[in-house]
Design a protein around this ligand. Structure first.
Ligand SMILES: [Zn+2]
Length: 100
């Protein structure tokens, strides 16, 4: 084998979009820089949402478990509520143009 063949077969591809990654990223599936940034932003958004909702959901769940509903029912209701948040522009008010 020569070095050209080896370097061609050593290329890694982004696990998300399939583009060639410049170098293997830390651990886990390979990701190109754009997909890695997107993945980190999504993880940060999920962690932020969980931190905001945790006390509210715990209070809500404690109330309804005390009222006799099962945790699986509450889990289903919570999932249903989440599935109804189908917005495309959560900052839509920022796109409103001033009337002047
Ligand atoms: Zn990618």
């Amino acid at each position: 084998m020569n070095d050209t063949t080896n370097s061609t077969t050593a290329l890694t591809h982004c696990a998300v979009c399939g583009s060639i990654t410049p170098a293997p990223m830390l651990t886990g599936p390979a990701a190109c820089p754009a997909c890695a940034v997107q993945s980190l932003a999504e993880a940060a958004a999920a962690n932020h949402l969980a931190a905001l909702l945790r006390p509210i959901v715990q209070t809500w769940a404690a109330h309804w478990v005390e009222a006799g509903l099962s945790s699986s029912t509450l889990s289903r209701l919570l999932e249903l509520e989440g599935s109804q948040w189908g917005f495309t522009d959560p900052l839509g008010s920022l796109d409103d143009k001033p009337s002047c």
